[in-house]
Ligand binder design. Sequence first.
Ligand SMILES: Cc1cc2nc3c(=O)[nH]c(=O)nc-3n(C[C@H](O)[C@H](O)[C@H](O)COP(=O)(O)OP(=O)(O)OC[C@H]3O[C@@H](n4cnc5c(N)ncnc54)[C@H](O)[C@@H]3O)c2cc1C
Length: 400
Amino acid sequence: MNLHSGNPYWLIKNGFLFPYESLQEDTTCDVAVIGGGVTGAIVAHYLQKTGANVIVVDRRHIAMGSTSASTALLQYEIDTSLVDLKKKVGEKNANESYLLCVRAIGELKKIAAKLPLSTNFRLKKSLYIASTIADAKKLEEEFSARKNIGIALKKLTKEQVKKLTGMDAPAALYSDTGAEMDAYRFTHGIFQKLLSKGCRVYDQTEIKEIRELHSGVKLMSANGSIISCKKIVFANGYESLNYLKEKVATLHSTYAIISKPVDKKYLSLLKPMIWETARPYLYIRTTPDSRIIIGGKDEKFYSPKKRDELLIQKSKALQKAFLKRFPSIPFETDFSWTGTFAETKDGLPYIGVSKEYKHAYFALGFGGNGIVFSQIAGEIIAELFSTGKSKNAGLFAFHR
Ligand SMILES: Cc1cc2nc3c(=O)[nH]c(=O)nc-3n(C[C@H](O)[C@H](O)[C@H](O)COP(=O)(O)OP(=O)(O)OC[C@H]3O[C@@H](n4cnc5c(N)ncnc54)[C@H](O)[C@@H]3O)c2cc1C
């Protein structure tokens, strides 16, 4: 699958960070994680803590799948509002899902703080702008729903939004909890730490065949090496859909651009991460090297050819959209890129076991805040592996 193209900023900025070996011999382990992106890294991190002997394999270079294209806004706010999520999955499950996302940001912070390389992890507030007056009314209800479960946020009026960002918008929700980071460095950081603790990480190692046995699994790699293990984890991003008969997500295309560095004086208007109620939504964040990222302009198709043909047009549209909102900030596009992403019917990820496999767990963090979902997946899968159950597994189960 073609996951992204153009010039994802993190790959350009960081380049090829660390070499990893490819698997050249038959081997055994407790758990084999298929996928060396941010999800595989987080899942391996939690599995390793259980004492499991873990192997991670990736057919590409480490973190060069969707993870290298990720703009890495870490938000507790999922693509489906809490009010709408309650209608889809019930009040209790919706509330618990939102609260797990709030918690996930703190957990990601803890992981980042103990890595051997900096990840540019920064706590950020999150501003959710009403795109229309009708949406401003809906934000009232959304505000109460979130407030009622203890989420720290404020409701901002038109005047307050203007004062904070200079933007014209009828209202907004201003949340305390949020963060941003460099997901590419974060992923390498986890793997470097895990390697030093005995976990094995192989790149350029494609799993071609999965053979489930009575008591475990054999993974056949493209070069003929075999991994024999008790359990496997599908952490192979959007390509994991190829391993499921059930169609749990639809693939779409998304676009992002990053500016040349701007004078720091302009960034005071962009202190929070910003996104909006319109669908598809635009989102904005900054980087520690004083650049601005804007992403969105999504298309509801998966066709790398069509997706890539639109890149120049979409980049211009994103820059225009930014300048319309912030006419006083001199935004000049430096790099642009595009990628595939997936959406589920309710905005929640799929985590845990599927009836299609006896010895596999899935970590499918689909949706706009995939990385937050990866953290939740890591904890649930580690619990399932070590104790056979997890109190949160039902929220994200295939049969929900
Ligand atoms: C442009 C863009 C912007 C985004 N912005 C955000 C954001 O702001 N916040 C957020 O939370 N999320 C965001 N996302 C989503 C986020 O990037 C993804 O949720 C996340 O990167 C998925 O990580 P992953 O490890 O599951 O997948 P990947 O990074 O794709 O890793 C999966 C790996 O599995 C490997 N693999 C697949 N099949 C096999 C096989 N058979 N054998 C061996 N290896 C295999 C692949 O090579 C790949 O490297 C964005 C995505 C895009 C494209």
